[in-house]
Design a protein around this ligand. Structure first.
Ligand SMILES: *Cc1c(COP(=O)(O)O)cnc(C)c1O
Length: 377
């Protein structure tokens, strides 16, 4: 079976984990955590970032920082993972789901303004597949209506909106280092703070509601309880693993991009013959090769192709089940239709993509997709 995903070991993970253990300091906010923060600052200009135990947790920190409370409304796409929504629901917010664009699965920016009410607090764009949302437009709407923007950048490391790194544009942004993402540490994430007014409180929320981060820097001589918070920081052992990955980000990205390119070029003919659609990348967005998807003409073809691939020992997958139709939220959402979200949910297939996927196997996957469409009447 060709797996859908396989976490890549870039080489120094075990060495760095050993270093961390040997140092005797393996709790959070240690040496490797600082190295990761420094890396992001140097490379992407993220002035303030905080590693977290997951992207879900980074979004939960964002929700606390924005003082999200009962009755607030948060606008986000329905075509996303539950973790985009849950952190806001946990604090009492109502999620107002927006449709995707006809061209790509990202939020349709033209649909946002019509969803804004006096209760709207924030917009949470999701950069699906690491392809940027139209951020200028989203930030302009946020300015006009006095809203916050939290980028769900879970899939978006090393990707750009025009010349600006994804994650540097919204007031806050959240990344994921879950084993299915480009850069991984098992479970992990990061909050990026682009509006200085949140920095001090973010550190406190991160460290269980205490000002321990200030204490560690020697800025105060004792630390204590300052605010609500939780244990959002990962162990330095996890940060050690992550740092080894970050040091190899160029290699990882170039391997993924080359696989993406091979799929794209290999499947182009099927797009020209209108059997499938390939990913659309707007001119303002770069491609970080987080995932490669194809769009089938309808759900039954999609499901048949998925089984055909499975029978040929290829594990391709679909997603997402739209959040506005979920058991948990459909009752609250009501029957407002989101047809493009449904379309992506019904017609999209993600193909295996990971650093060690061999050319031979990529050829096999492409060949299999051709075989399926050629055999169809
Ligand atoms: C992976 C993912 C998350 C969750 O990330 P975790 O690190 O697993 O919490 C959230 N949003 C999107 C869009 C994702 O792809």
């Amino acid at each position: 079976m060709i797996p859908f995903n396989k976490p890549y070991l870039s080489g120094n993970e075990l060495d760095y984990i050993k270093q961390s253990i040997d140092s005797g300091c393996i709790s959070g906010n240690g040496e490797f955590t600082r190295k990761c923060h420094w890396f992001f600052k140097e490379r992407y200009g993220f002035d303030k970032c905080l590693l977290t135990t997951s992207c879900t947790d980074a979004l939960e920190m964002a929700s606390i920082l924005l003082d999200v409370k009962d009755g607030d409304e948060i606008i986000m796409p329905s075509f996303t993972f539950v973790s985009t929504a849950n952190p806001f629901v946990l604090r009492g917010a109502k999620i107002v789901f927006a449709d995707s664009s006809a061209l790509h699965p990202n939020i349709d920016v033209e649909k946002i303004e019509g969803l804004i009410t006096s209760k709207t607090k924030a917009i949470v764009p999701v950069h699906y597949a690491g392809i940027a949302c139209m951020m200028d437009k989203i930030m302009a709407i946020a300015d006009q209506y006095n809203l916050f923007v939290v980028e769900d950048a879970a899939q978006s490391i090393a990707s750009y909106y025009n010349d600006r790194p994804i994650g540097s544009i919204g007031h806050l942004a959240a990344f994921s280092f879950h084993e299915t993402k480009n850069i991984v540490c098992g479970e992990g994430g990061m909050l990026v703070i682009n509006d200085d007014c949140f920095i001090k409180r973010a550190e406190i929320i991160w460290e269980k509601g205490t000002n321990r981060a200030e204490f560690y820097r020697g800025e105060v001589d004792k630390y204590g309880w300052k605010d609500i918070g939780s244990s959002f920081l990962p162990s330095d052992i996890v940060a050690a693993y992550l740092f080894a990955q970050l040091e190899n980000i160029e290699t990882i990205q170039s391997k993924r991009k080359s696989i993406w390119r091979q799929y794209h070029d290999g499947l182009k003919e099927l797009e020209d013959d209108e059997f499938i659609k390939l990913p659309y990348i707007p001119e303002y967005a770069t491609n970080n090769a987080h995932l490669f998807y194809i769009l089938c003409r309808n759900q039954s073809i999609r499901n048949e192709l998925l089984s055909f691939l499975k029978n040929n020992h290829i594990n391709a997958v679909f997603h997402y089940l739209p959040l506005h139709r979920s058991d948990f939220y459909s009752g609250i959402h009501g029957d407002r239709q989101l047809p493009w979200c449904d379309y992506y949910s019904e017609c999209l297939i993600r193909l295996p993509i990971y650093c060690e996927l061999s050319e031979k196997n990529i050829e096999k996957i492409i060949g299999c997709i051709y075989e399926y469409f050629r055999r169809r009447p």
